[in-house]
Design a protein around this ligand. Structure first.
Ligand code: SF4
Ligand code: MG
Length: 318
């Protein structure tokens, strides 16, 4: 089973919450059961917007999102509700996504009952199982979100997501609000749950060290587009896109050989509302050519083992 998002020109997004924005373009990747796709990029690059598209909190103007072979954007009624259950999100701030007036037990029970996944005494048993899964004590059920630390709250958020038996979890910066010492515990919890439950995971982060640790496959985003996507380790050892190269060079401990600091990403991230024409990276690209200002490079293999959106990739120049 795989989760596929395939499109080369998403030309805008109609969102309930967001203004019309050219935020997700040239996206094409897949996540399989038991595997993690890491989405990485600078903040403001469209990672969160993409995540919201995946769960249909936002609707792309065109393009398709396929889940287990079915076009998600065409689902209606019961099928749509089933999809909403099978794909769950875990957010950066678990406190903001938990109802402060519900005890942890009520919060988890509500999810089970709404989706008709347990009834009667089975509800309390399942709540205990969920708390066990995320390594919270069973008496947590009687307490309220504000009584917990940030890391524990994130465990509650994860239990809430797991309650409805998803096959895919999209985690949007799930540890970036936590202390570094707690981050590793939550990351390890994701890895453990993935192995036990066979979950597919989309892990969105700006933290390169983290994305390398958790993800099998990687999508590098810039201004709403995926510029490079492929096996994480191979991209880290031989990034093909000039942006990926600069991003990794800016974190020198990430790469096998140290690169000079002036290879780091130069200049400011342009506004995603009015991205530069052609290759959106051209104002910052050290090897830009005239064609780069004129034509948007498609995400294609270009003579390599994974796709990259750069006119010069595979030409020997990059
Ligand atoms: Fe640089 Fe041109 Fe490649 Fe864009 S298409 S990354 S500007 S070389
Ligand atoms: Mg974000």
């Amino acid at each position: 089973k795989s989760f596929t998002l395939r499109r080369t020109a998403w030309d805008g997004l109609r969102g309930r919450a967001a203004p019309v924005l050219r935020a997700v373009n040239g996206v094409s990747f897949a996540v399989e059961r038991g595997r993690t796709l890491g989405i990485v990029g600078e903040s403001g690059c469209g990672k969160s917007t993409l995540a919201r598209c995946l769960v249909r909190l936002l609707e792309p103007d065109n393009g398709s999102v396929r889940f287990e072979g079915v076009d998600v954007l065409r689902l209606e009624g019961a099928e749509r509700r089933a999809f909403n259950r099978r794909v769950q999100m875990v957010f950066q701030d678990p406190y903001g996504s938990l109802n402060p007036r519900l005890s942890v037990g009520d919060c988890l029970s509500e999810a089970l009952v709404v989706h008709d996944l347990a009834r009667g005494p089975a509800v309390a048993r399942r709540v205990e199982e969920l708390l066990d899964l995320v390594h919270l004590p069973r008496d947590a059920a009687d307490r309220y979100p504000h009584e917990f630390s940030g890391g524990q709250r994130q465990r509650i958020g994860i239990a809430r997501a797991l309650a409805v038996e998803p096959s895919l979890i999209i985690a949007d910066e799930p540890v970036s609000a936590l202390d570094v010492s707690v981050q590793a515990q939550i990351v390890n919890l994701f890895l453990e749950l993935q192995e036990r439950l066979g979950l597919a995971l989309v892990f969105i982060t700006h933290d390169l060290r983290l994305v390398r640790h958790v993800s099998h496959d990687l999508a590098v985003m810039y201004l709403g587009r995926v510029l490079e996507t492929g096996p994480t380790e191979r991209i880290f050892s031989a990034p093909r896109h000039p942006y990926t190269q600069a991003l990794l060079a800016a974190a020198p401990q990430m790469t096998p050989r140290r690169r000079s600091r002036d290879e780091a990403v130069r200049g400011e991230l342009p506004s995603p509302v009015a991205p530069p024409p052609g290759c959106a990276f051209h104002p910052r690209c050290p090897i830009a050519q005239p064609i780069c200002r004129e034509r948007v490079p498609a995400l294609e293999p270009r003579g390599g083992d994974w796709p990259v959106a750069c006119h010069l990739a595979g030409s020997g120049a990059s």
